[in-house]
Ligand binder design. Structure first.
Ligand SMILES: [Zn+2]
Length: 219
């Protein structure tokens, strides 16, 4: 099969940056099926190293995780949560978390908003789909509307508050992907038209916490 042509703005334009899937910090020692020590090698017919159990033959594939979340809107304001957990304790973020089995992306965004902000929302549309290859995650963020103002901090939040754009604590946003999600949201709002944004958050190899947004398209 011929590979997809490289798209403008994608990291796949630059062959220097393409690299095999990382096992990250998810190195496995023992088989979760039978408890035997696993080996790291390339299975027959594959092209990447996997954790393989020599006792029961199970190949333990590891794949990126999907993070789902929401920008909850109320009139001109949006709802932010201040994190009560590490990493990035005490900094502000949007309600978002790992998608669970047996739920859709929208169901996950609604659940995370309820868990972290005690807030009920209706979801309007997809806002961003951003790849974070350096941490093996994909962020799927929706725009939504708060159904009421009866919100409160959940177990993972110190506080929850509505912000107008001029009051957003840009220096205290927990994650680059959330900062970029918010900047795209306000750029859309100023343009008077919301779009779906797809792209990558790329970590600078030489910088500890320097990240760059590379959009695939701008509609
Ligand atoms: Zn096993």
């Amino acid at each position: 099969m011929r590979p997809e042509p490289a798209r403008a703005g994608s990291r796949y334009n630059n062959p220097v940056e393409t690299r095999p899937a990382s096992l990250g910090s998810n190195a496995m020692k023992f088989c979760s099926h039978c408890g035997a020590p696993v080996e790291l090698r390339v299975p027959d017919g594959d092209n990447l190293p996997r954790h393989i159990c020599p006792a029961c033959g199970t190949i333990h594939y590891q794949n990126p995780k999907v993070v789902v979340g929401c920008i909850p809107q109320w009139e001109d304001k949006i709802l932010l949560c201040r994190r009560a957990i590490e990493p990035r304790y005490g900094l502000w973020t949007l309600p978002a978390g790992f998608m669970e089995n047996d739920e859709t992306t929208i169901e996950g965004a609604i659940r995370e908003t309820l868990e972290e902000a005690g807030a009920r929302i209706e979801v309007h549309d997809l806002h961003t789909l951003l790849n974070l290859p350096h941490v093996n995650q994909v962020y799927v963020m929706f725009r939504g509307r708060l159904l009421d103002l009866d919100f409160k901090a959940g177990d993972e939040s110190l506080e929850v508050a509505l912000y107008e754009e001029q009051d957003i604590p840009w220096d205290e946003i927990a994650f680059p992907v959330i900062e970029q999600t918010l900047r795209l949201y306000y750029a859309d709002r100023r343009a008077g038209k919301f779009s779906i944004h797809t792209g990558d958050i790329v970590k600078h190899p030489e910088g500890e916490r320097r990240y760059e947004l590379r959009l695939l398209n701008r509609r």
